[in-house]
Design a protein. Structure first.
Length: 319
């Protein structure tokens, strides 16, 4: 049994090394930034809110949820954070210092309302316009940033991680962050570099085995250097996603973004959905020893709304 595992792992590494990799990262020496050759918009944009997506790499959508929906989903995620059954579940990530719930992954399998929300045209339709194909759910989670203790995230590109650690071939994925609380400039709201999605930044360092356990609290591998961020900030500038609860941010998988700590009394929370094109399904990791768990990187490529029965089954799995 032991020998078979080693042989399988060796064969997997050989398969990875034989692949063409246009976005090499987790290197031993610094490498130049790569200008993106893949499109940003693969389909046809019909929603006016998405007009600037190609140039900026993101779009802000006000009032995606109504006040009543914000209240209902706010109560829903509050129940999840307080559910004692979920404590100790590998899908729950806690703050490294405050000890409060930071994220709950695979939330569409824990919450029927969220499972149903993501299949609606106003949600999944945004991703389909950008990605130009049917899409599946690569990742879902709820993010909590409590007041007086919510820690931020270093500058990073999601695609760098999804490529290196999950085997996502191309940056043909988008994230939708739906605010359930007001996003102020001072409570850890997401910072963005407009246009940075067109530049891929190779990162340094070999990915440790099981890195995802630490990276979900504090990422140390797959992050650009201070010199990288200084260069990008001078080239692209920095803006923030701010707005009232119910607004949303749709952004490209390679957009450079990050957030600071929340030292205010005002908490921040959001529903976070990642849609990947069915034509961009995951392969083996490009720069990690093994796959991450399915609750972080789904490998079941079921279009979100292509098969009504599958969608119904997805919602039925949730409580």
């Amino acid at each position: 049994m032991r020998t078979g595992c080693i042989h399988s792992s060796s064969r997997r590494r050989q398969q990875v090394s034989d692949r063409s990799d246009r976005y090499q990262t987790r290197l031993t020496e610094p490498a130049p930034h790569l200008e993106r050759t893949d499109p940003t918009v693969w389909g046809r944009i019909t929603s006016p809110e998405l007009t600037g997506f190609d140039a900026n790499g993101y779009a802000m959508i006000p009032d995606l949820l109504s006040p009543d929906e914000v209240a209902a989903f706010g109560a829903e995620i509050g129940h999840l954070a307080a559910d004692p059954v979920l404590y100790g579940d590998e899908r729950v990530v806690v703050e490294p210092v405050a000890g409060q719930v930071r994220s709950v992954f695979q939330v569409h399998k824990l919450s029927k309302p969220i499972a149903e929300l993501l299949t609606e045209s106003r949600i999944v339709g945004l991703a389909e316009q950008i990605l130009g194909s049917a899409v599946y759910l690569h990742q879902s989670r709820v993010n909590y940033m409590p007041g007086f203790g919510g820690s931020g995230f270093a500058w990073h590109s999601d695609f760098e991680t999804w490529h290196a650690e999950d085997g996502m071939p191309a940056p043909r994925a988008v994230s939708l962050s739906i605010a359930l609380t007001d996003n102020f400039p001072f409570n850890g709201s997401l910072m963005l570099m407009p246009g940075s999605h067109r530049t891929f930044v190779p990162c340094l360092g070999e990915t440790p085995d099981g890195h995802y356990r630490e990276s979900l609290q504090e990422q140390r591998f797959g992050v650009p250097t201070n010199d990288d961020i200084t260069f990008l900030a001078a080239r692209f500038g920095i803006t923030q996603f701010t707005g009232r609860a119910g607004s949303a941010l749709l952004f490209d998988s390679n957009l450079m973004h990050g957030s600071s700590n929340n030292i205010t009394p005002f908490p921040r929370s959001n529903i976070f959905l990642v849609f990947n094109s069915v034509e961009n399904a995951l392969d083996e990791p490009y720069a990690a020893p093994r796959r991450r768990p399915a609750h972080i990187a789904a490998r079941e490529v079921t279009p979100v709304r292509a098969v009504p029965e599958a969608v119904a089954a997805l919602a039925d799995q949730a409580r």
